[in-house]
Design a protein around this ligand. Sequence first.
Ligand SMILES: O=P(O)(O)OC[C@H]1O[C@H](OP(=O)(O)OP(=O)(O)O)[C@H](O)[C@@H]1O
Ligand SMILES: O=c1cc[nH]c(=O)[nH]1
Ligand SMILES: [Mg+2]
Length: 211
Amino acid sequence: MRVHVADHPLVAHKLTVLRQASTPSPVFRQLTEELVTLLAYEATRGISVEEVDIVTPVAPTTGTHLTTPRPMVVPILRAGLGMLEGMTRLLPTAEVGFLGLVRNEETLEAVTYANRLPDDLSGRQCYLLDPMLATGGTLVAAIDYLFERGARNVTCITLLCAPEGLDTVEKAVGDRADVTIVTASIDERLNERGYIVPGLGDAGDRLYGVV
Ligand SMILES: O=P(O)(O)OC[C@H]1O[C@H](OP(=O)(O)OP(=O)(O)O)[C@H](O)[C@@H]1O
Ligand SMILES: O=c1cc[nH]c(=O)[nH]1
Ligand SMILES: [Mg+2]
């Protein structure tokens, strides 16, 4: 498993504002989108392309196109939905699947409540979106759903990771597939309630309110 931490002053600045408890929900949403677009630039560095012959108004030339099948973007509801717009702005031809998972805040186990993915993901480059990788339970379950459908190339874009969660995902994935995590930060640790420290709180609640 590869882990890439985006080292860019704009990412660091936006993340700092995002973390602040005083940042209101509309600004939090806007910054999440902006951060995803910056991270997606890094995350799509290995996207499959092919050469194409084209004609400009001046001369024939050879250019580059994304290959088919189209990339598959999968936001993990709820909080991952806040990342979708920023991702599809960069990858407008992507198809979008959905996974709904919520962490039981007592046991910290991920529970699935929605799954809308194509049956066959073999040969597809898949991009999972979730701002928070805490214990790693949610991401392991999401990666498993993609593997079950034949995906072998999965890039996960997160805003924050806990070192404990990264270890868990790495152990679960092993050398089964080509998995990359692109993140804005690896934070210090998890606290006793499974929250990332210093983190940013509950990403879903900050995006959409407490339900
Ligand atoms: O790594 P884990 O310990 O599994 O925790 C991370 C998960 O927790 C958050 O979602 P949450 O369960 O709060 O659902 P929400 O997006 O609906 O708020 C977050 O968006 C991840 O999906
Ligand atoms: O810090 C955390 C951990 C899990 N989920 C969140 O939204 N935040
Ligand atoms: Mg939440």
